[in-house]
Design a protein around this ligand. Structure first.
Ligand code: NAP
Ligand code: ZN
Length: 360
């Protein structure tokens, strides 16, 4: 008698040795770390990681800015690589495929949010790192590592026509900016502002320009002007310059706020025109004070947006492949991650660090 196929590969029977870099405690430097991942189950793929982007959320997590971190913490949710093994029931991918993983590695796939293709809001969703694994007491570990195992439904197809290291940041910075730009139907005839020219901000500029909008960068750093215009922005405003800031009050239809640190939302809401919307994607740890008056006078909306679902992430990757959009990156060795975090903290990145996993 033959066994049912499901029983042939036991998902958690044996473990897969992995190595990476981890913060062992809050705010500590990342150090080399050996750990185990589950062996691929019937619906899993095993990926050899080629590159992983460095998101400001990784730094927020290491510092426990949001009060939800667990240690040891292996960050990294802008993962690209190659499939080296597939489970028996995998149908979407095959060995040798170039693929990506973003912020999510699993969800219930049954709740309202999952049925609506917004798995990021599944109450039982599993984040790429710092989450409890589905059906297991283990925690998830992210992409600052040599390999990862993931349910096939959370693995994205990546064009091999684009330079892979520059595609990695699309898995978080790309989808996080694409999703609200799409949802608020940004396009020709609209004046759009992007606050903060960092990892998310520079992707937002490229994507909003590709969607046909008139794009202004609002930055605290005057020296980023040439880069902003080179990225395709039509205008650049130094927000700490009172005259420049005054010149854009009441002008934008849509503002995307990517600032990672505490700031005054009212100042930027003043730059919206009547009926305009400002969407927060930046996630400072501290709460902000916004009087109702700021929104009521001008029918303004203040909204938020969290990454994007899996189908929309694939849509964004296909959009970027078609428009030839990738990130501007600085490729670093794994051992240089702590220095990279310091530079990121000082808004000194052009415009995303990406770790070359061959350096591990
Ligand atoms: P980043 O590369 O460090 O860029 C942040 C930018 O914010 C900086 O380059 C700087 O731009 C600006 N900035 C920093 N401190 C500021 C301050 N005190 N006042 C004004 N502007 C300031 O970070 P990132 O990776 O793009 O991430 C940005 C934020 O988005 C983080 O909080 C991250 O956790 C969050 N995030 C959210 C989601 C989501 O789903 N909502 C997903 C990913 C990341 P200038 O130099 O141009 O002023
Ligand atoms: Zn991120």
């Amino acid at each position: 008698m033959s066994l049912p196929v499901e029983n042939i590969t036991e998902p958690f029977a044996t473990k897969l040795p992995a190595k990476g870099f981890a913060a062992m405690a809050v705010s500590e430097d990342l150090v080399p770390f050996s750990f185990e991942r589950r062996n691929p189950g019937p619906h899993d793929v095993q990926i050899e990681i080629a590159y992983c982007g460095v998101c400001h959320s990784d730094l927020h997590f290491v510092r426990n800015d949001w009060g939800m971190s667990t240690f040891p913490l292996v960050p990294g949710h802008e993962i690209v690589g190659r499939i080296v093994r597939v489970g028996d029931h995998v149908t979407k991918h095959k060995v040798g495929d170039t693929v990506g993983i973003g912020c999510l590695v699993d969800s219930c796939q049954e709740c309202d949010a999952c049925k609506d293709d917004q798995e990021q809001f599944c109450p039982n969703g599993v984040m790429t790192y710092g989450s409890k694994e589905k059906d297991s007491p283990s925690m998830t570990y992210g992409g600052y590592s040599n390999q990862i195992v993931c349910n096939e439904n959370f693995v994205l197809k990546v064009s091999n026509k684009l330079p892979l290291e520059k595609v990695a940041p699309l898995l978080c910075a790309g989808i996080t900016t694409y999703s609200p730009l799409r949802r608020w139907k940004v396009g020709p005839g609209q004046k759009v502002a992007v606050i903060g020219l960092g990892g998310l901000g520079h992707m937002a500029v490229k994507i909003a320009v590709a969607m046909g909008a008139d794009v202004t960068v609002l930055s605290t750093h005057p020296h980023k002007k040439a880069d902003a215009l080179h990225l395709g922005a039509h205008n650049f405003i130094v927000t700490r310059d009172e005259v420049q800031a005054a010149s854009v009050m009441n002008t934008f239809d849509f503002i995307l706020d990517t600032i990672s640190a505490a700031h005054d939302y009212n100042f930027y809401l003043g730059m919206l025109r009547r009926n305009g919307t400002m969407v927060c994607v930046g996630l400072p740890g501290e709460p902000a004070h916004v009087p109702a008056f700021t929104l009521v006078f001008g029918n303004k909306s203040l909204a938020g947006s969290l990454i994007g679902g899996i189908a929309e992430t694939q849509e964004m990757l296909d959009f970027c492949a078609e428009k030839n959009i990738t990130a501007d990156i600085e490729l670093i060795a794994m051992k240089d991650i702590n220095e990279a975090f310091i530079r990121m903290e000082n808004a000194d990145v052009k415009y995303r660090f990406v770790i070359d996993m061959a350096s591990l």
